[in-house]
Design a protein around this ligand. Structure first.
Ligand code: ACM
Length: 688
């Protein structure tokens, strides 16, 4: 009997533990934080935000409070913006002890913008005050973003819920690549995206600054680089310093990428003598892998890079320099007899070996200027020392191999946000998958990852909607534990974070309405919006294979550019339809589907008159018609299912053809509800 009681007690305790953990889990989820912190405990009570909100920094050490104070100033502005409160005391109080402000900040030292700097923080919200502590001011910046995500409202007003948070990143390298070359991105685009990055605790801007299509930095030593290679679209050195300082103020490193020896047409326009072909060169207007490449066999090339990197090393203060190294097709090397002779003389068996020869010389130059070299997969060659960092874009295999061979690496494969893939695809792509077979030592060499915003198909007007909100989910992958992987909860939080990101000036939501207005020539956009809500741009590189060739000059103002990756309306419909088919065949579940299907069925007749007046919309006319047709099929299918009746012979076959046709891309975009309606049709036959 005694034993029995003991077991009962243990079971009861386990249950209680489980129960309270469940309760905490739900409460934590309701905090809507992204990235989710390492540890959160939700407490009773709240700290009300009122006009008498105050903020202070405890200055015990010699650490400069400048960056933290500027961050608190921005935080107060955002808090006032959200709450509409006119704070009466806008001073940042800096005292050596006995702070009595609402928000009390304490850190030990200034963080340095270097890899692996301490970003931990702890945040305690009590009903009396808020304490934010960190080792460095960079930790403080991360904590302030968490605090801003905590703001809530109830009928009494705005407040911070009482919590205890201990937080630190899982990976030290959490980056976003922005390609300013295929399309130039003005300073304000970079700045607002730095704000977005900081909001989700990312810490590296990988700035792709040179390409076949443009050389985007003012270069004083070799001015023909930007003068002849950029169409006048380049950043002055003052602008670059301004952006680096802006990023530093947000705890973000700026790593420049100078892509060499390939992807280099724009450099060679002003300096054709450094190319492998005779030239002349003109700025490339098309996209893809091009032939121009530096001549790695002549001394002039290395003299040039020595001076070039000397100047750039002083300008870009980050320790890491990216040299690209990708997609050098070697055609101009093969066509140049002198280069072939050089390869023979130096026993370089192929172009890969010649590129390794080039990389070694570049590494020597960068090392002289105290920079560490980073490059794409292609620079992962046994001849190079393991002080270089490999950025893996072609697959995780290279990442694992690099880690096994002692190289540090960063993952970008699976985070190519230019490919218009859904958020959950990126979210579930872990830099260190469970089956990676790496030792703890090797795992440590995987520094993190980077989302890559390549710019063939984006403009300053659309870039934000291709980066956000999906990159917030990627940021969570890099910051939070691998066990944080509930897709539904990610999507729920992502909606909230997405609209919070707008307060930073990001245009990912609002620009769509503007593009639609332009497309309808100022007419009512309602019907077009209904269609666009269930469309997505073609994925992977399919937009480049639709007949028209995209170039630097192509418009990015069409319906496809207003359509968003991972269209929410379509995603939700797919989920609801799948649940209905799988068994939740209630009238209520059907009504939800019917409401959407009816809207889509009627939509084409509303859109038709708008298309007549806007020739630019002609390309999506049949897509709109198809949406109406398949919505009608969907309505019939739902009715059959509800009535438990099977359709007559031929109905399914006939409609499958219509559904097949509806899958075809139009206007470089596709409908994202066809498969869901197909499932409904199949379910009429009893399929699940
Ligand atoms: C790359 O996408 N060529 C790095």
């Amino acid at each position: 009997m005694k034993k029995y009681t003991k077991y009962l007690t243990i079971i009861a305790c386990l249950f209680l533990l489980w129960y309270s953990a469940e309760g905490q889990g739900e409460k934590i989820a309701r905090l809507n934080l992204m990235p989710l912190p390492a540890q959160v405990a939700v407490q009773e009570g709240k700290f009300p935000v009122t006009v008498s909100f105050t903020a202070g920094i405890e200055k015990k050490t010699k650490a400069d409070t400048g960056r933290a104070a500027r961050a608190v100033r921005r935080m107060l502005k955002r808090l006032a913006g959200r709450t509409g409160l006119f704070f009466t005391d806008n001073k940042i109080h800096i005292k050596s002890k006995s702070l009595e402000t609402a928000l009390r900040i304490r850190f030990k030292r200034e963080g340095r913008l270097r890899l692996g700097e301490d970003e931990t923080y702890s945040l305690m919200v009590t009903p009396e005050y808020i304490q934010l502590n960190a080792e460095t001011d960079i930790g403080i910046l991360r904590g302030l973003e968490t605090l801003l995500q905590l703001v809530r409202a109830d009928k009494e007003g705005y407040y911070f819920p009482a919590v205890m948070i201990e937080d630190r990143p899982r990976f030290v390298w959490r980056g976003l690549l922005i390609d300013s070359c295929r399309h130039f991105m003005p300073v304000e685009v970079i700045k607002r995206n730095l704000e977005g990055m900081a909001a989700v605790k990312m810490n590296v801007l990988h700035w792709h600054l040179t390409e076949d299509q443009g050389f985007r930095i003012e270069c004083k030593t070799f001015p023909k680089l930007h003068q002849l290679g950029s169409d006048g679209l380049y950043y002055t050195q003052n602008q670059i310093r301004d952006i680096i300082a802006y990023a530093a103020d947000r705890g973000i490193r700026v790593m420049p990428e100078f892509d060499i020896p390939g992807h280099s047409t724009s450099w060679l326009v002003g300096y054709p003598g450094l190319g492998s072909a005779p030239g002349p060169y003109t700025i490339e207007r098309e996209y893809g892998i091009k032939d121009p490449t530096f001549n790695p066999t002549i001394k002039a090339t290395y003299k040039f890079f020595n001076k070039f990197f000397k100047e750039m090393s002083a300008l870009f203060i980050d320790e890491y320099f990216h040299i690209g190294g990708d997609e050098n097709n070697g055609k101009h090397w093969d066509a140049n007899p002198k280069i072939q002779a050089f390869k023979q003389k130096h026993n370089l068996k192929d172009n890969h070996a010649l590129q390794a020869y080039f990389n070694k010389k570049i590494l020597k130059i960068l090392t002289k200027y105290k920079k560490k070299m980073v490059g794409w997969d292609e620079i992962f060659q046994p001849e190079l020392p393991n002080t270089i960092v490999i950025q893996s874009w072609r697959g995780k295999k290279a990442l694992r191999e690099a880690a096994k061979k002692g190289y540090n690496s960063i993952l970008s494969n699976g985070y190519y946000i230019d490919l218009a893939q859904p958020t959950d695809f990126h979210y579930l792509n872990d830099p260190i998958p469970e089956d990676s077979n790496l030792t703890p030592e090797e795992k440590k060499r995987i520094l993190g990852g980077e989302a890559t915003m390549w710019a063939e198909l984006i403009s300053p007007e659309t870039i934000d909607s291709r980066i956000w909100p999906r990159t917030a989910a990627i940021a969570e992958r890099f910051w939070s534990s691998a066990q944080v992987n509930d897709v539904d909860d990610m999507y729920r939080r992502l909606d909230i974070i997405s609209f919070q990101l707008e307060e930073l000036g990001l245009t990912h939501i609002k620009n769509q309405a503007m593009i639609l207005r332009r497309l309808t020539n100022g007419k009512d956009t309602t019907a077009l919006k209904v269609l666009v809500d269930v469309m997505e741009p073609l994925k992977l590189y399919a937009r480049h294979h639709q007949g028209a060739t995209y170039t630097f000059f192509s418009p990015l103002t069409r319906v496809v550019d207003a359509a968003l990756p991972d269209a929410k309306k379509a995603r939700i419909f797919r989920k609801q339809a799948a649940a209905f088919v799988k068994g939740n065949r209630t009238k209520e579940a059907a009504e939800v589907l019917i409401k959407d299907l009816k809207l889509w069925k009627e939509n084409h007749q509303n859109l038709q008159p708008v298309i007549v007046n806007s020739p630019v919309l002609k390309e999506i006319e049949t897509l709109s018609k198809d949406l109406a047709k398949i919505a009608d099929i969907g309505l019939q299918a739902v009715e059959y299912i509800l009535k438990g009746k099977k359709p007559g012979p031929g109905w399914i076959e006939e409609n499958k053809k219509v559904l097949q046709d509806a899958k075809k891309p139009r206007g470089h975009a596709e409908l994202m509800v066809v498969t869901a309606i197909e499932q409904l049709v199949n379910a009429c036959n009893g399929d699940k």
